[in-house]
Write a protein that binds this ligand. Structure first.
Ligand SMILES: [Zn+2]
Length: 647
């Protein structure tokens, strides 16, 4: 072991560094001493190019990769710390450094590390079948695999147990697959498929097969059922690769065109006093809000950090994109946008950044389905406060709905649209309700509860019985009840069924055991951003001048995206902002200022009537030019494509 000053290491050449044999070393940094290895110090030395070029940067202990296991993220995490320390050291000097200059330097450092991996050629290794067999033979893993039961709970706990063994530094320390898991070089989900139960699989239409496969890939899937079910994974990958990728990428391009009028950032503070309330409900939301500013109770501006756990469950008054008072339409100040502004390259189109950041991640998830068709665990239904006044979740797997206890002793009728149950009359003709074909009798998204309260008041409330792509259907027991009590038709032509004689402890609705697949997910995101028929737009838009309503709208997209990808709040705000128009009636499709009227615009209208250059960059150009309305739009917003139309 020897002692050395980190600043001395900084000035050494690579040859001088490798001349010293690997050993323990005590390195003295600006903020303390670190006992570490020489090899780790050599690796950190590459990252200290920041300090060599910008000598006023402090050289701290966290600029060293440290003694933890070297993982996929080590270089990025440590390099980031070096980068931002350098930025901070110079930001308040007469000559601050552009973030882009520093990111370019980081890129060069990374490139150098990549190029010099030939120096460690002799350490490169590979996996073999033996590594998999060794893991299967590990006593703990063997025990877990032998005792797995065909239910989600047991499979989940086996996954947990195997993960714990693979990640344990003292177990399988010479096994290359286990090493790769410990170093984050392979996805744990992929490793588990290979050495643990394959689990519950889904069909092409995302319905879950009832019986799971309990063998692993490494142990081999030999039986006819396993082979048949597993073959669906390949079929899904083929479909995802061909059709879905095409679809998502086209949608991404549409989003880029839609968001393009959100042109850019103005550094500084527009000085607005407008804020948007936002309830932070969980850690995931907090992560997405990292870097946003909010106005504290003392009226001062504060930054939200992903680690500010005390903010969970609180309502904060956000500085928001839709509140920004920058004069130019489609621009936002860096204070309303948040700290993410530091990562937006200069002269970049902000809308393009938002659309590509979000869209790129969706595509990535679609692609990764090929490599990781996970054992599916289907979420339990959760009801919101309103719906739970009328219904409660029932059933072992939480996939059924029945009448809430609070109203169970009251006279109740249910009404629902006739289209939901086109074959309801058929149940009269059958003696036995066929259990396997239940969803064919009814597909119900909404139902109205008519409850006669003790006070004599009749309350009618419409509640949802569908969760994303999972549409509710009547249970066999309830259909039997319907067969007995018959139904009435309301003046509107809807079915009405009384619950007299119905056992309130039994579920009325069941939801299919179906996973929200990436196609469903993309369609939902698309519906929300393009304002498909399910979402009101134009003069029927919700009251967007109410900050809470605006917050709910942005929150809905934010939560939806975060079900599948990590989306940053600022990107979501920019995307929603791009869907806003001043007035459909006045044919004013410009992005509104916060003091103007605000409505949601439908996608095709926005594309056609916002900017003619945007419309011509899209599709159906002839329609745009032939449509007389195109010539009645007086107020058009300029976009970055206008340059191409000027002569
Ligand atoms: Zn602003």
């Amino acid at each position: 072991m020897f002692d050395i000053d980190a600043r001395k290491v900084l000035t050494m050449t690579y040859e001088e560094m490798v001349a010293i044999p690997h050993q323990l070393v005590r390195v003295k940094f600006d903020d303390g001493e670190l006992l570490t290895g020489w090899r780790q110090t050599i690796y950190s030395w590459y990252l200290w190019e920041f300090h060599r070029q910008y000598p006023n940067t402090p050289l701290n202990m966290n600029h060293h990769i440290g003694n933890k296991r070297f993982t996929k993220g080590t270089t990025l995490t440590t390099g980031n710390k070096c980068l931002w320390s350098t930025y901070d050291a110079y930001v308040h000097t007469p000559e601050p450094i552009e973030v882009e200059t520093l990111t370019e330097l980081f890129y060069r450092i990374n490139n150098r590390i990549f190029n010099e991996t030939d120096r460690i050629e002799e350490y490169i290794t590979t996996l073999s079948a033996d590594d998999f067999i060794d893991i299967l033979d590990h006593p703990k893993i063997q025990e877990l695999n032998e005792n797995v039961q065909p239910n989600p709970l047991s499979i989940g706990s086996v996954y947990k147990g195997i993960t714990a063994v693979l990640k344990d530094e003292h177990e399988l320390s010479r096994n290359w697959l286990a090493k790769a898991v410990k170093s984050d070089l392979v996805k744990i989900g992929q490793a588990l498929q290979c050495v643990g139960p394959r689990g519950f699989l889904t069909d092409l239409d995302s319905h879950q097969f009832h019986t799971p496969i309990l063998r692993s890939y490494a142990a081999g899937i030999y039986d006819a059922y396993g082979c048949a079910v597993e073959s669906r994974s390949g079929a899904k990958s083929l479909i995802y690769n061909k059709e879905l990728i095409k679809d998502t990428e086209y949608f991404n391009r549409e989003m880029q065109l839609l968001c393009h009028p959100m042109s850019g950032l103005v550094h500084g503070d527009c000085g607005t006093t407008r804020t948007m309330p936002f309830n932070i409900t969980d850690a995931r939301q907090l992560k997405g809000l990292d870097g946003k500013y909010y106005v504290g109770e003392d009226g001062k501006l504060k930054t939200i950090h992903a680690w500010d756990k005390e903010l969970i469950g609180k309502k904060v008054m956000l500085r928001a994109v839709n509140c920004c008072e920058v004069k130019h339409r489609g621009y936002v100040c860096s204070t309303c946008y948040g700290d993410l502004a530091l990562s937006v390259p200069k002269s970049t189109n902000l809308g393009h950044v938002a659309a590509t950041e979000v869209g790129g991640k969706i595509t990535q998830r679609v692609l990764s389905n090929k490599h990781l068709d996970q054992s599916s665990l289907i979420e339990k239904i959760s009801l919101d406060a309103f719906d739970s006044r009328f219904m409660q979740v029932m059933g072992k797997d939480g996939s059924k709905l029945g009448v809430a206890d609070a109203i169970a002793n009251r006279p109740i009728t249910l009404t629902f649209a006739r289209e939901c149950t086109p074959y309801l009359a058929d149940i009269k003709a059958v003696d036995e309700i066929p259990e396997h074909a239940l969803p064919r009798y009814s597909q119900i998204t909404q139902v109205t509860f008519n409850v006669l309260h003790e006070s004599g008041n009749m309350e009618s409330a419409t509640v949802n019985v569908a969760v994303s792509s999972r549409i509710g259907y009547f249970t066999a027991a309830f259909l039997k009840h319907v067969k007995n009590v018959n139904w009435e038709l309301t003046p509107e032509g809807n079915y009405e069924i009384t619950l007299d004689g119905w056992d309130m402890k039994r579920p009325i609705f069941a939801l299919p055991m179906k996973q929200m697949n990436m196609m469903d997910f993309k369609l939902e995101v698309e519906g929300m951003l393009k304002r498909s028929k399910a979402y009101p737009a134009g003069k029927n838009s919700p009251d967007l001048s109410n900050p809470q309503v605006m917050s709910d709208e942005i929150g809905a997209l934010f939560d939806l995206l975060n079900k599948r990808i990590d989306a940053n709040f600022a990107h979501v705000e920019v995307m929603i902002q791009a869907t806003l128009i001043v007035s459909e009636e006045d044919r004013d499709y410009r992005i509104p200022h916060p003091w103007e009227n605000r409505q949601f615009g439908r996608f095709t209208d926005i594309m056609r009537f916002r900017s003619i250059s945007g419309a011509l960059a899209y599709e159906k150009q002839a329609d745009t030019l032939n449509n007389p309305v195109s010539y009645l739009v007086k107020e058009r917003q300029s976009t970055s494509y206008d340059e191409y139309l000027r002569v």
